[in-house]
Each structure stands twice: as C-alpha cells, then as structure tokens.
Design a protein around this ligand. Sequence first.
Ligand code: UDP
Length: 374
Amino acid sequence: MKIATIIGARPQFIKAATISRAIHDYNTKVSISESSIKKYSQITEIIIHTGQHYDANMSDIFFREMAIPIPDYNLRIQECRHGAMTGNMLAGIEEILLKEKSDWVLVYGDTNSTLSGALAAAKLHIPVAHVEAGLRSYNRSMPEEINRIMADQLSTFLFCPNENAVQNLYKEGFPHQLSKNNKQQIFNCGDVMYDASLYYAQMAKRPEFVEKLPVDEGYILATIHRAENTDDPLRLKKVMQDLSKLSIPVILPLHPRTKVKLEQSAIRLGSNIFSVEPVGFLQMVWLERHAQVIVTDSGGVQKEAYFYGVPCVTVRDETEWVELIDAGWNWLAPPLSSDLAQVVTEVIGSKGNDSQLYGNGDAAKNILENLTIQ
Ligand code: UDP
C-alpha cells in the first residue's frame, strides 16, 4: 500500500510525524492489529512538502528533531498570495501524484497545502483522507475555514479528532452511513496532536535563552500568527499593548509573518515582552509546560495548553476547539473588545475539568488501522 502525505506548514509536520511513526511501527509489526498486518506486508509513505513554511526554524528543525522522514519531494512554493499559492501547489502535486500512483492521499488540517492536496487527488480519483476533519470556526473570513470545508468535501475518509467535529459534519449533511452513492466515511479517531504531546513530552528541551530571562517567578507564553490578528494593525497593536500591561514577563516566539507586520506597523513591545525566534517543537513543549498561562491564537497551542494542564487565553473572536472552553481550560479574549491583561491575570492558577477530550493518545494508530483494514 502506498500513501502520499501532503504537508507544508509547521503544525502539519507535527501531525504527520505521528502517522509516519505509526507507519514505521506497522512495517516493523509493532502494536498494530492482526487484521491489518494480513492485508498489506508494507506501507510505503511518499512525503510531499509544498514548501509553504521553509525557514530553518519553521521547517527543517521539525524534521530533524521529530525524526520525520525527509520529504521525497519539495515543491518550494513560497510567499505568494493565496490563489497563486494554491494554484501552484495544485499543479505541482498533480504531477507527482500522476507519477507516484498512491492508493491514498493524506492531508492534514486547514492550510493551502491541505486544500491543494485534496483537490489534486480528488480530480485524479485518488481517495483522500483528511486528518483533523470536521473542525469549524463558522467564520468564513478565515482562509483556514475555507480550506477545511473544501478538504472535507473532497475527502473519502474524514478522521475527526473528537465528537464535536463528527457532529459538525453531520450538521452539514454528511451521511451517517455508507451507501451505494456515498463512499465518504467519518471516524472519531482522537487527535494526533495528543499523541504528539504525549510522545514528545519526554524529550522536552529547555531553551538556552530562558537562562538569561527574568522568569524565575513565572512567565506567560504567547504566540500570535493568525491572519485575522497579524493583518489588522489595530488588532495586532491592541494585543501587544495588552500584553505589555502585564507585570509578568511574556515569552513571545515570533512567527515570521507577525515579525514583518510588527515592523511594518512600527508596533512597540513593552519591556516585559521577550520576543524570540520561533522555537523547535521540543523547546516549545518545555515552554508550554512551564508557563503560568498561555496566550495564543494558534489552534495547536490551545490544545497543548490543555494537554499540559496550563490555562489558556485565546486571542480570537471564536475557536474551533469549543470543548476546551466548556471544560474550563480556555478563555476567549477577542482583541478589540476585551482586556487581555485582565483575563490573563484572572486565570492564573485555574484548573479545568479532568477529562479526555481528544482520545487516548492512539489517534495515529487508529487512523492507520482504518486506512489499512478497509
Ligand atoms: N510551535 C513550535 N514553535 C513555535 C510555535 C509553535 O513548535 O515557536 C508548535 C506548537 O507547539 C504547535 C504548532 O507549532 O504544535 C502550532 O502551529 P501554528 O500555531 O503555527 O499553527 P496552528 O496550530 O494554529 O494551525
């Protein structure tokens, strides 16, 4: 069996790492059910990197630290507008898929790489499996929302991380059962990010720069990268002003887009904010686990805060991960209408419900079993 994996952005490297490891386990016959072993002797994975994220600290470090197999192809499609990027990826991926003739195409999450991979495969009649299917913000001004809705439509297997995602698909009319006219199947497999958080927690690395920062009494970890915040100077300024009001140090690993936008709008950071280059995943896990509160607009970081038992304030108007709010681990602070500094101060020390919101840490294995058993 041959799987073509399409990745291009930082969170996809982390998600794909879990499946690559499950494929390795399958091929070496470790912890996989008898039924799937019988069907295929080996699974070959072809990794196609679109090049969407390309900086060493946004791409290479993840492959190295997380032992992800080196991509078989790198399309190096970078820094163009959404339409051009998606179109260029579509053409590049199609060419590779025609050559590789894989049995499945695996796409992750909600980026332009996800959409182009799903579209290229569907047009070639190669079944698509979407990992992290069914997520919705119900805000169509987000490029991610368009990408995930389209990817779900194009997919044959929809691997949802939780029951809310499954229900979102049913609400949109996705069928509950297979029929002659419907080959789409929905699975609640758990979240591969939870698998990653468990596996890599053991390897977390304290970043060297922490030693030089005045963080002995604690710190806030913040990440801001979503277009709705970075591309609106008013919102970006308000977020940074609010963080600057805090009396606690803030460690801010700066996404390249955020860095450019801060410079373009000449937004000054308070003296309590320590901006650093993006860190590798192992350092990120360390920073997350030791933070008093995490402030973010990232999807993955919201969940990691919960995995590591750290309260999280989400700097957005809505979130796809609504169960985190219901469970008392996450608070929304829409930038223009809330006092972020006050919300952060209030949630220090909070603990939410003890619940298993994203499966048992075996999502990657579940996904692979479904791909191989069918
Ligand atoms: N991350 C990282 N280094 C950083 C910032 C984030 O390794 O400097 C990781 C983070 O732990 C999470 C993932 O990147 O696993 C989230 O990626 P991002 O916020 O770019 O995307 P999103 O999750 O919003 O799609």
